[in-house]
Design a protein around this ligand. Structure first.
Ligand code: TYM
Length: 326
């Protein structure tokens, strides 16, 4: 099957990005045709530092490799290196009703946050995402829960296009992980963990030092109950920590809950912090290694670009023809 997914090169990647997206990608890479993208064109829809963007892109490619994606098996790609993404975005603009864009949750959140600097690109963001997905005849899109609505819109756009111009696009399906589709903030556990959050204590970055991890988990918001119990609605803080523990230790939340039942919050948090330190250690090590191999990383991205271009050029030619472009 063809798999496509992407991550914006803003901020540092956190365990939410890992559990929601990258961890699923690792499973898919063995028996499928995968394209994993650093979506720099999406990142420029809110204020950003142009000088630093290339570094952030390179850094995300390093994360993909450090996490264990095999460049021999998957295509690792920088979105802006393939112009067909933007061309298809324009073409799909013409079959997307405006109302659909205004109702997107992420648009509502981001346009409120960036009220003064809001640009048309922020509203059209999901169309570019649909272009990313449809350009590669993608069947499965592994993402976290917050991107589900966008993938569903991509599917609607494909359906609309096909009925207007004839069968052209595969209808993509969203794939969420069983656990970890929505990891919550450590400081405000009713909100999702987010790269763009200013308070660094709210998330665990994949490259936090052991000391940072211990401090952040120690100060994570829980509640005043005495026992450790999973209850997403009434006790979001401790439920989030239990989820993280369960994923990292490859066990069910029920099992972890049972094990932690008699323990204090203090001990539970200490054990969770040590587990995080241990599980994130290989990331830190591999990243250090890759930071000194810039040429190698560039080479991988170039190779990804060349492989992706073959698929993208053929698809855009088909779309142009169907739409009657000269
Ligand atoms: P982005 O960069 O915001 O997030 C990258 C991936 O991480 C997931 N994620 C989470 N999962 C669980 N818990 C969280 N707290 C959490 N926060 C983020 C996201 O769901 C996502 O899978 N628009 C996309 C990027 C994109 C894309 C695409 C994705 C562009 N084109 C085509 C798939 C297919 C975005 O901004 O993701």
């Amino acid at each position: 099957m063809r798999i496509f997914s992407g991550i914006q090169p803003t901020g540092s990647l956190h365990i939410g990005n890992y559990f929601g997206a990258i961890r699923q990608w690792l499973d898919f890479q063995h028996n499928n045709e995968c394209v994993f993208c650093v979506v720099d064109l999406h990142a420029i829809t809110v204020p950003y530092d142009a000088k630093n963007l290339p570094n952030l892109v390179q850094e995300k490619a390093i994360v993909y490799l450090a996490a264990g994606l095999d460049p021999e098996k998957v295509i690792i790609l920088v979105q802006s290196s393939i112009r067909e993404h933007t061309e298809l975005c324009w073409l799909l603009n013409t079959v997307t009703p405006l109302g659909e864009l205004y109702r997107m949750t992420q648009y509502k959140e981001k346009s409120t946050k960036h009220k003064k600097e809001e640009c048309a690109g922020l509203l059209n963001y999901p169309i570019l995402m649909a272009a990313d997905i449809l350009l590669y005849d993608t069947e499965i899109v592994p993402v976290g829960e917050d991107q589900k609505q966008h993938v569903e819109l991509a599917r609607d756009i494909a359906r609309r296009f096909n009925s207007k111009f004839g069968e052209t696009f595969v209808l993509p399906k969203v794939k969420l992980p069983k656990e970890g589709a929505r990891i919550m903030s450590l400081t405000e556990p009713t909100k999702k963990m987010s790269k763009s959050e200013a308070d660094k204590k709210s998330s665990i970055s994949l490259f936090d030092s052991p000391e940072e991890i211990r401090k952040k988990i120690k100060s994570a918001v829980t509640d005043t109950y005495k026992t450790i119990k999973y209850d997403k609605n009434k006790r979001p803080g401790v439920s989030n920590l239990l989820t993280i523990y369960a994923i990292l230790s490859d066990r069910s939340i029920k099992e972890v809950e049972k094990e932690m039942k008699e323990k204090s919050y203090k001990v539970f948090k200490e054990e969770l912090a040590e587990l995080l330190v241990e599980k994130l250690e290989p990331f830190r090590r591999k990243r250090e290694e890759l930071l000194s191999r810039e040429v190698y990383v560039r080479e991988i991205l170039k190779q990804g670009e060349n492989r992706a271009r073959i698929i993208a050029e053929a698809k855009i030619a088909e779309v142009r023809k169907k739409m009657g472009l000269y």
